[in-house]
Design a protein around this ligand. Sequence first.
Ligand code: FAD
Length: 460
Amino acid sequence: SAQEQPPQICVVGSGPAGFYTAQHLLKHHAQARVDIYEKQLVPFGLVRFGVAPDHPEVKNVTHTFTQTARSDRCAFHGNVVVGRDVTVPELREAYHAVVLSYGAEDHRALGIPGEELPGVFSARAFVGWYNGLPENRELAPDLSCDTAMILGHGNVALDVARILLTPPEQLEKTDITEASLGILRQSRVKTVWIVGRRGPLQVAFTIKELREMVQLPGTRPMLDPADFLGLQDRLKEMPRPRKRLTELLLRTATEKPEREEAARRAEASRAWGLRFLRSPQQVLPSPDGQRVAGIRLAVTRLEGVGETAWAVPTGDTEDLPCGLVLSSVGYKSRPIDPSVPFDPKLGVIPNTEGRVVDVPGLYCSGWVKRGPTGVIATTMTDSFLTSQALLQDLEAGLLPAGPRPGHAAIEALLSSRGVRPISFSDWEKLDATEVSRGQRTGKPREKLLDPQEMLRLLGR
Ligand code: FAD
């Protein structure tokens, strides 16, 4: 039975979901073996390619993931694109169970005219650029304009605003790529508007990120007190996190700052502001049609109340000039294989507690299970639940009995297809190279951006 041979389990994706799922499986089953397949050459998903460079403390989770990867019952195989180099049915043949933890790799399009103009980027691509995601390393956004427009009111929008406005000297000691730092040093962006369809009670960012904006050196906030009328009276009825967030917005918008803070704001050379009840309708081209020159926003009003209120257009519009548009309206998962159910509307794999609906032995965790929201801690909790469900099924005899070849079979397939995976010890060599390159300039690391260079460094 499956109990006699150690269960062979495969995880697709090495972000927080993949690693936390593997960690839980290894901890709660003394024999289980876990192979993690990752399409990038390097591990850790959005911890490396999403989390902002000035949030190094968030990246400490990689120490735990490294412990997991070093277990002799766990192996990392980078440079393997599941769905292209090996299929999900092939993985299911080779393993007792497969967990899909491949995240949300697409961005939601705005679906408005002008979206394709030069100067319009998805926040996902912009974040990938400053974090060294190989596919975005050539992005080189033109920051010679005065005003940038960020569409969306979530934490990613604030990350992007903060990176655009932080004095470059302060980013020098982070792991931001040297190339993006060079472009940020030349930036002439002075004003950043962060635009949302709904109102101040519906913003999706959290207080830590808002506080960082309010205190950002060299910048001042531009909040219109009129946007916050009547909110004071509603604070009592709000759940605590929303209440604290709204209090900070209210204070920033309506209270006269103390002398020192007033002086700081008066000296600031850059500014950021939140605009509410505005939905993007069209990106406006420059007269020669060659790039973005502004944005037309539809004025909206809210229907319904509280966090679930939705925005409907009033018919009015407002045009704002800008030379850069960053759309931060959400990430989106892709379907991975025709044999795996996928809900295109929700952008998730349909599942109950991580068990993929109608496919025994197939599981999912993380953003591809829940949708692209939630911090690493949320992803951890949901990954542990998926692992628990898998272990229960194993215990109950619901997974295939008899031995499975595991990685040996996949290794043979990959090699016949000319795919050469990256092991965790390969990654540790690349990691050491990055750290030593960073040391020269006082950075925690200087990321390698070019997969070809990485392969060369590994003697390939
Ligand atoms: P991911 O981290 O995206 O991991 C998925 C992995 O699967 C990736 O490595 C990907 O390369 C791989 N993959 C994809 N397709 C394939 C395939 N076909 N074959 C093989 N591998 C594949 N949370 C915080 O707690 N604090 C923060 O400060 C924070 N900042 C964030 C900033 C940004 C810009 C974003 C987008 C998110 C941030 N988050 C933050 C949220 C956090 O990153 C997520 O909760 C978490 O990464 C989701 O984990 P995941 O494993 O589901 O997805």
